[in-house]
Design a protein around this ligand. Structure first.
Ligand code: NAP
Ligand code: 8YV
Length: 331
């Protein structure tokens, strides 16, 4: 039987490409000199696709070129790289990679919090510069006695909260709905949460619904002892307002893994002494990137074997109740 065609918009690790090649005719969009001409040739044969933030936005412009696309599997739990409304309009199921990265990203968030408060990268730079011979590194702020607010108490937010329980700090949160089964204080607005805490960890999804949820007023509410940690998406924090708040010491410090225009990071953020800046590495261990890659493959294979992918995004689940959810021929 002819193998179904799959479009890879961006690279996955070689073992995952090899796994796909065993079952599918794999088309590598990122290797094409002329992607438009390439899609004009193969687009109508494509039944599934993989994508990631490396590709940019998977939107109507590409969906229109893939008239027989059934499913797009994204590498990552956040799916603001997919135009969900356009996917639904095209009847295309989308999947992401929830769950398999929660612990890794939560570990990184707590590490970034400690690094920001105790100025660990600054202390490392101090030693390497030979400054220790001239005196001790200045005393740092502390996690002791802090009240930590988690903006977005989802899978990763809960994993962060569980870790922070071990540090003996007070924990509160904001989401659109309270979660009464959890032992943390709920605040119905981001600004209310910021007023109640001095440390804000941001881990909501990106996209239009959360754009600049952390703005100048939230930063002012966090206060002069305030520390902001963002491991969600750059779009959630007004970066210009954040730079202003750090420069004016409206807040104390920030630890960031994500930025509004990645991989561009404003020079002003880099110049500030009270920032710790990471290059979007929340999930970036070999272990966890392997688990994410495997889930991308498993979603595609499950679709072709059973008509039911493992982790469809909520907005496209209704497409599975249509006749499309019937088992399709095996590749
Ligand atoms: P999740 O389980 O869906 O949790 C998201 C949480 O955000 C939910 O508790 C939700 O609660 C809340 N939320 C959603 N929209 C909101 C809004 N408009 N206002 C306030 N709260 C809102 O997602 P997750 O798996 O924890 O992942 C969260 C995000 O982390 C991803 O979407 C991704 O952008 C980011 N991420 C970053 C990295 C990295 O490398 N830095 C790695 C993985 C994930 P309610 O529904 O009650 O509002
Ligand atoms: C990845 C992420 O770095 O899962 C997410 O939402 O932000 C990270 O795990 C990213 O998706 C890789 O493209």
């Amino acid at each position: 039987m002819t193998r179904p065609s799959i479009l890879m918009t961006a690279p996955l690790a070689p073992p995952f490409i090899a796994a796909l090649e065993q079952r599918f005719a794999v088309h590598r969009l990122w290797e094409q000199d002329d992607p438009d001409a390439f899609l004009a040739t193969v687009g109508a044969t494509i039944r599934s696709a993989t994508t990631s933030t490396l590709f940019g936005r998977f939107d109507a412009a590409i969906l229109d070129r893939l008239p027989n696309l059934e499913i797009v599997a994204s590498f990552g739990v956040g799916y603001d790289n997919i135009d969900v409304a356009a996917a639904v309009a095209h009847g295309v199921v989308a999947t992401n990679t929830p769950g398999v990265l929660d612990d890794e990203v939560a570990d990184l968030a707590v590490g970034l919090l400690l690094a920001t408060l105790r100025r660990i990268p600054q202390a490392d730079r101090f030693l390497r510069a030979g400054a220790w011979a001239n005196g001790n590194f200045p005393l740092s702020p502390t996690l002791r006695g802090r009240r930590v607010g988690i903006l977005g108490l989802g899978n990763i937010g809960k994993a962060v909260a569980r870790r922070l329980e071990g540090f003996g700090v007070a924990i509160a949160y904001h989401g659109r709905s309270p979660q009464p089964d959890l032992p943390y204080d709920y605040h119905p607005s981001p600004i209310g949460l910021a007023k109640a805490v001095d440390t804000l960890i941001v881990i909501v999804p990106g996209g239009d619904g959360t754009r600049h949820l952390v703005d100048a007023s939230v930063l002012a509410a966090l206060g002069a002892d305030g520390v902001l940690i963002n491991v969600s998406r750059g779009s959630v924090v007004d970066e210009t307002a954040l730079i202003g708040a750090l420069e004016s010491r409206t807040i104390l410090a920030a630890g960031l893994d994500v930025y509004e225009h990645e991989p561009a990071v404003p020079d002003a953020l880099i110049a500030l002494p009270n920032t710790v800046l990471l290059p979007h590495i929340g999930s970036a261990s070999e272990h966890t990137r392997h688990a994410m890659g495997q889930l991308v493959i498993d979603n595609i294979v499950a679709w072709f074997e059973t008509g039911r992918p493992l982790t469809p995004i909520p907005e496209t689940r209704h497409l599975l109740s249509s006749e499309r959810s019937r088992p399709l021929p095996r590749p």
